[in-house]
Design a protein around this ligand. Sequence first.
Ligand code: MG
Ligand code: MG
Length: 266
Amino acid sequence: MSAAANNPVSEEAQEDRIYLKSADEVAVMRRAGHLLGRIIREVLENVDEGVTTIELDKLAYRRIREAGAIPGFLGLYNFPNTLCISVNEQVVHGIPDKRRLKSGDIVSIDCGLILDGFFADHAWTVGVGKLDPEAERLLQVGEEALFRGIDAARYAGRVGDIGRAIEEHVTRAGFSVVEEYTGHGIGRRCHEDPKVYNTGTRRGKRMGQGLTLAIEPMVNIGSGRTKELADGWTVVTADGSLSAHFEHTVAIGQEGTEILTSAEDH
Ligand code: MG
Ligand code: MG
Protein backbone atom coordinates (compact mmCIF):
# COMPACT_ATOMS: atom_id res chain seq x y z
CA MET A 1 0.00 0.00 0.00
CA SER A 2 1.52 3.33 -0.97
CA ALA A 3 0.71 6.76 0.32
CA ALA A 4 2.16 8.20 -2.87
CA ALA A 5 -1.15 9.14 -4.40
CA ASN A 6 -2.18 11.05 -1.27
CA ASN A 7 0.96 13.09 -0.97
CA PRO A 8 1.03 16.35 -2.88
CA VAL A 9 4.55 17.44 -1.96
CA SER A 10 7.45 17.01 -4.31
CA GLU A 11 9.67 13.96 -4.32
CA GLU A 12 12.67 15.96 -3.11
CA ALA A 13 10.79 17.47 -0.20
CA GLN A 14 9.57 14.03 0.83
CA GLU A 15 13.07 12.65 0.85
CA ASP A 16 14.02 15.18 3.51
CA ARG A 17 11.84 13.27 5.97
CA ILE A 18 13.70 9.98 6.12
CA TYR A 19 13.94 8.58 9.67
CA LEU A 20 16.95 6.42 10.42
CA LYS A 21 16.29 4.02 13.32
CA SER A 22 18.52 3.38 16.31
CA ALA A 23 19.56 -0.18 17.15
CA ASP A 24 16.86 -0.24 19.86
CA GLU A 25 14.20 0.85 17.38
CA VAL A 26 15.32 -1.77 14.86
CA ALA A 27 15.05 -4.33 17.65
CA VAL A 28 11.39 -3.39 18.17
CA MET A 29 10.78 -3.57 14.42
CA ARG A 30 12.46 -7.00 14.39
CA ARG A 31 9.95 -8.26 16.96
CA ALA A 32 7.06 -6.70 15.02
CA GLY A 33 8.36 -8.16 11.77
CA HIS A 34 8.91 -11.63 13.15
CA LEU A 35 5.41 -11.69 14.61
CA LEU A 36 3.98 -10.62 11.26
CA GLY A 37 6.09 -13.18 9.39
CA ARG A 38 4.66 -15.95 11.53
CA ILE A 39 1.08 -14.69 11.18
CA ILE A 40 1.32 -14.41 7.38
CA ARG A 41 2.80 -17.91 7.26
CA GLU A 42 -0.19 -19.26 9.19
CA VAL A 43 -2.64 -17.39 6.94
CA LEU A 44 -0.89 -18.80 3.85
CA GLU A 45 -1.17 -22.31 5.30
CA ASN A 46 -4.92 -21.74 5.47
CA VAL A 47 -5.26 -20.64 1.83
CA ASP A 48 -7.22 -23.50 0.25
CA GLU A 49 -10.06 -24.35 -2.09
CA GLY A 50 -13.42 -23.29 -0.63
CA VAL A 51 -11.96 -20.93 1.97
CA THR A 52 -13.36 -17.38 1.87
CA THR A 53 -11.05 -14.41 1.97
CA ILE A 54 -12.93 -12.92 4.93
CA GLU A 55 -12.15 -16.08 6.95
CA LEU A 56 -8.45 -15.48 6.32
CA ASP A 57 -8.88 -11.85 7.37
CA LYS A 58 -10.51 -12.87 10.67
CA LEU A 59 -7.71 -15.34 11.40
CA ALA A 60 -5.10 -12.61 10.94
CA TYR A 61 -7.06 -10.16 13.12
CA ARG A 62 -7.33 -12.73 15.90
CA ARG A 63 -3.64 -13.64 15.81
CA ILE A 64 -2.53 -10.00 15.84
CA ARG A 65 -4.78 -9.19 18.81
CA GLU A 66 -3.74 -12.32 20.74
CA ALA A 67 -0.12 -11.17 20.43
CA GLY A 68 -0.93 -7.75 21.87
CA ALA A 69 -0.33 -6.00 18.55
CA ILE A 70 -2.58 -3.73 16.48
CA PRO A 71 -3.76 -4.43 12.92
CA GLY A 72 -1.90 -1.77 10.93
CA PHE A 73 -4.11 -1.58 7.83
CA LEU A 74 -7.49 -1.59 9.60
CA GLY A 75 -8.60 2.04 9.37
CA LEU A 76 -5.42 3.18 7.59
CA TYR A 77 -6.75 5.68 5.01
CA ASN A 78 -10.09 4.11 6.08
CA PHE A 79 -9.22 0.63 4.75
CA PRO A 80 -11.94 -1.69 6.17
CA ASN A 81 -9.95 -4.85 7.01
CA THR A 82 -6.85 -6.41 8.55
CA LEU A 83 -5.56 -7.99 5.33
CA CYS A 84 -5.43 -6.81 1.76
CA ILE A 85 -6.25 -9.97 -0.24
CA SER A 86 -5.78 -9.67 -3.97
CA VAL A 87 -6.80 -12.63 -6.16
CA ASN A 88 -5.64 -13.29 -9.75
CA GLU A 89 -5.82 -10.05 -11.79
CA GLN A 90 -6.10 -8.03 -8.58
CA VAL A 91 -2.74 -6.36 -7.93
CA VAL A 92 -3.03 -4.89 -4.42
CA HIS A 93 -5.54 -3.51 -1.90
CA GLY A 94 -8.20 -6.19 -2.47
CA ILE A 95 -10.89 -6.20 0.22
CA PRO A 96 -11.62 -9.55 1.95
CA ASP A 97 -15.18 -10.78 1.35
CA LYS A 98 -17.26 -13.94 0.89
CA ARG A 99 -15.38 -14.97 -2.27
CA ARG A 100 -14.44 -18.64 -2.09
CA LEU A 101 -10.98 -19.51 -3.36
CA LYS A 102 -10.77 -22.13 -6.07
CA SER A 103 -8.12 -24.28 -7.69
CA GLY A 104 -5.99 -22.26 -10.10
CA ASP A 105 -6.35 -18.95 -8.20
CA ILE A 106 -3.30 -17.02 -7.09
CA VAL A 107 -3.78 -15.14 -3.84
CA SER A 108 -1.75 -12.23 -2.46
CA ILE A 109 -1.95 -11.75 1.31
CA ASP A 110 -0.68 -8.33 2.43
CA CYS A 111 -0.66 -7.27 6.08
CA GLY A 112 0.67 -4.55 8.32
CA LEU A 113 0.76 -4.58 12.10
CA ILE A 114 1.92 -2.28 14.87
CA LEU A 115 3.84 -3.59 17.88
CA ASP A 116 5.13 -1.23 20.57
CA GLY A 117 4.63 1.74 18.27
CA PHE A 118 6.36 0.38 15.17
CA PHE A 119 4.99 -1.00 11.93
CA ALA A 120 5.90 -4.13 10.01
CA ASP A 121 4.58 -4.73 6.47
CA HIS A 122 4.76 -8.02 4.60
CA ALA A 123 3.04 -9.66 1.64
CA TRP A 124 3.24 -13.00 -0.15
CA THR A 125 1.44 -14.63 -3.06
CA VAL A 126 0.60 -18.34 -3.28
CA GLY A 127 -1.43 -20.58 -5.55
CA VAL A 128 -4.56 -22.60 -4.76
CA GLY A 129 -4.61 -26.22 -5.96
CA LYS A 130 -3.27 -26.72 -9.48
CA LEU A 131 -1.88 -23.67 -11.27
CA ASP A 132 -1.20 -22.99 -14.95
CA PRO A 133 2.54 -23.19 -15.69
CA GLU A 134 2.55 -19.47 -16.53
CA ALA A 135 1.03 -18.64 -13.13
CA GLU A 136 3.66 -20.83 -11.43
CA ARG A 137 6.36 -18.94 -13.29
CA LEU A 138 4.85 -15.59 -12.28
CA LEU A 139 5.05 -16.56 -8.59
CA GLN A 140 8.64 -17.68 -9.02
CA VAL A 141 9.72 -14.53 -10.86
CA GLY A 142 7.87 -12.28 -8.39
CA GLU A 143 9.59 -13.90 -5.41
CA GLU A 144 12.97 -13.73 -7.14
CA ALA A 145 12.35 -10.06 -7.97
CA LEU A 146 11.79 -9.32 -4.27
CA PHE A 147 15.09 -10.98 -3.34
CA ARG A 148 16.93 -9.19 -6.16
CA GLY A 149 15.57 -5.96 -4.71
CA ILE A 150 16.60 -6.89 -1.17
CA ASP A 151 20.04 -7.85 -2.44
CA ALA A 152 20.39 -4.38 -3.98
CA ALA A 153 19.31 -2.70 -0.73
CA ARG A 154 22.78 -2.17 0.70
CA TYR A 155 24.40 0.30 3.05
CA ALA A 156 25.81 3.31 1.11
CA GLY A 157 24.03 2.22 -2.08
CA ARG A 158 21.20 4.22 -3.65
CA VAL A 159 17.51 3.55 -3.09
CA GLY A 160 17.20 3.54 -6.90
CA ASP A 161 19.42 0.45 -7.08
CA ILE A 162 16.50 -1.58 -5.69
CA GLY A 163 14.11 -0.74 -8.52
CA ARG A 164 16.80 -1.26 -11.12
CA ALA A 165 17.46 -4.79 -9.87
CA ILE A 166 13.77 -5.62 -9.67
CA GLU A 167 12.93 -4.27 -13.12
CA GLU A 168 15.89 -5.97 -14.75
CA HIS A 169 14.90 -9.36 -13.42
CA VAL A 170 11.20 -9.04 -14.24
CA THR A 171 11.79 -7.68 -17.73
CA ARG A 172 14.25 -10.44 -18.53
CA ALA A 173 11.57 -12.97 -17.59
CA GLY A 174 9.15 -11.34 -20.05
CA PHE A 175 6.82 -9.96 -17.38
CA SER A 176 6.03 -6.36 -16.35
CA VAL A 177 6.56 -4.35 -13.18
CA VAL A 178 3.69 -2.22 -11.88
CA GLU A 179 5.00 1.35 -11.71
CA GLU A 180 2.03 3.14 -10.17
CA TYR A 181 2.55 1.66 -6.68
CA THR A 182 5.80 1.58 -4.75
CA GLY A 183 7.54 0.33 -1.66
CA HIS A 184 8.28 2.80 1.12
CA GLY A 185 10.17 3.71 4.21
CA ILE A 186 8.50 2.30 7.33
CA GLY A 187 8.73 2.88 11.06
CA ARG A 188 6.40 4.68 13.45
CA ARG A 189 4.25 5.25 10.38
CA CYS A 190 3.43 2.60 7.81
CA HIS A 191 4.44 4.84 4.94
CA GLU A 192 7.53 6.94 5.49
CA ASP A 193 9.97 8.38 3.00
CA PRO A 194 11.62 7.44 0.75
CA LYS A 195 9.41 5.86 -1.88
CA VAL A 196 10.99 2.64 -3.09
CA TYR A 197 10.31 2.47 -6.80
CA ASN A 198 10.14 -0.90 -8.48
CA THR A 199 11.75 0.42 -11.64
CA GLY A 200 15.24 1.75 -12.11
CA THR A 201 14.81 5.18 -13.60
CA ARG A 202 15.85 7.14 -10.50
CA ARG A 203 19.04 7.17 -8.41
CA GLY A 204 17.51 8.12 -5.08
CA LYS A 205 19.16 8.87 -1.75
CA ARG A 206 22.04 6.92 -0.27
CA MET A 207 20.94 4.19 2.11
CA GLY A 208 22.24 4.80 5.62
CA GLN A 209 22.53 2.83 8.85
CA GLY A 210 19.08 2.21 10.32
CA LEU A 211 17.08 2.91 7.18
CA THR A 212 14.05 0.62 7.26
CA LEU A 213 12.24 -0.09 4.01
CA ALA A 214 9.28 -2.09 2.77
CA ILE A 215 10.38 -3.50 -0.58
CA GLU A 216 7.43 -4.78 -2.58
CA PRO A 217 7.50 -5.57 -6.28
CA MET A 218 4.17 -6.13 -8.03
CA VAL A 219 4.63 -8.20 -11.18
CA ASN A 220 2.13 -8.75 -14.01
CA ILE A 221 2.16 -11.37 -16.74
CA GLY A 222 0.90 -8.80 -19.26
CA SER A 223 1.17 -5.03 -19.25
CA GLY A 224 2.24 -3.23 -16.07
CA ARG A 225 -0.71 -0.85 -16.30
CA THR A 226 -3.39 -0.94 -13.63
CA LYS A 227 -6.81 0.49 -12.83
CA GLU A 228 -8.78 0.93 -9.62
CA LEU A 229 -12.21 -0.65 -9.18
CA ALA A 230 -15.31 1.30 -8.14
CA ASP A 231 -14.89 0.16 -4.51
CA GLY A 232 -12.14 2.80 -4.31
CA TRP A 233 -9.55 0.23 -3.21
CA THR A 234 -9.03 -2.84 -5.37
CA VAL A 235 -6.31 -2.32 -7.96
CA VAL A 236 -6.46 -4.68 -10.97
CA THR A 237 -4.31 -5.15 -14.05
CA ALA A 238 -5.61 -3.03 -16.95
CA ASP A 239 -5.44 -6.02 -19.32
CA GLY A 240 -6.85 -8.61 -16.88
CA SER A 241 -3.60 -10.60 -16.72
CA LEU A 242 -2.47 -12.25 -13.48
CA SER A 243 -0.48 -10.25 -10.94
CA ALA A 244 1.73 -11.27 -7.99
CA HIS A 245 3.00 -9.25 -5.02
CA PHE A 246 5.87 -10.02 -2.63
CA GLU A 247 7.02 -7.76 0.21
CA HIS A 248 9.45 -7.77 3.09
CA THR A 249 10.34 -5.09 5.63
CA VAL A 250 14.13 -4.80 5.84
CA ALA A 251 16.69 -2.85 7.89
CA ILE A 252 19.85 -1.49 6.26
CA GLY A 253 23.04 -1.79 8.28
CA GLN A 254 26.77 -1.53 7.70
CA GLU A 255 27.05 -5.20 8.60
CA GLY A 256 24.35 -6.18 6.11
CA THR A 257 20.68 -5.88 5.32
CA GLU A 258 18.33 -7.79 7.58
CA ILE A 259 14.90 -9.11 6.61
CA LEU A 260 12.72 -8.15 9.59
CA THR A 261 9.52 -9.90 8.47
CA SER A 262 10.99 -13.40 8.39
CA ALA A 263 8.86 -16.13 9.95
CA GLU A 264 12.04 -17.95 10.98
CA ASP A 265 13.64 -17.38 14.36
CA HIS A 266 16.54 -14.93 14.36
MG1 MG B 1 3.99 -1.85 1.91
MG1 MG C 1 2.17 -4.47 2.42
